[in-house]
Design a protein around this ligand. Sequence first.
Ligand code: IMP
Ligand code: MG
Length: 174
Amino acid sequence: MSTKMRCLISREAIARRVTELGEEINRDYAGRDLVMVGVLKGAFIFLADLVRELTFPVEIDFVRLASYGGGTSPSGEVHISKDVELSLKGRDVLIVEDIMDIGYTLSFLKQHLATHLPRSLKICCLIDKRERREIEVPLDYVGFVLEQGFLVGYGLDCGEKQRTLPEIFVIEKG
Ligand code: IMP
Ligand code: MG
């Protein structure tokens, strides 16, 4: 079996969509006390591009999550391996994630960050991948909706490889 990579979302299409998401966030949060919480590692490029579209000051923090079992068959048990360091209490918080697949990660993270008592808690996710969804978590800002496929590039990895590609590719097994 060989694997091929096909470009699915070009640099230009990503940049256009990130600009649009930034415009929405500017409209919704201007003048508010916003903390953007990126989910390491996958969201680091998306977050870096998104915050540079913002026209008001925000603070940035990161969490790192790990799922027991790992690999391509997540067990559904997610835990925090690095928590936020800023205080979120009484503040507007926007989670920034690369991709929602089964839903365990964002479901867990939203519940976890709620315990930090933010004033509001929303999610901005670059890709909403629907086929394997088991837990629905409302996504407040979505870049692209996709039915299926394993994606790499623009922060997304396959076993730590291909994160740094500027486009988003789908891996095709043939
Ligand atoms: P889930 O929604 O709990 O399945 O977890 C989503 C996480 O799985 C994401 O943060 C990614 O780390 C990883 N993931 C899911 N689908 C893909 C993909 O197509 N490419 C790369 N990582 C993925
Ligand atoms: Mg991830």
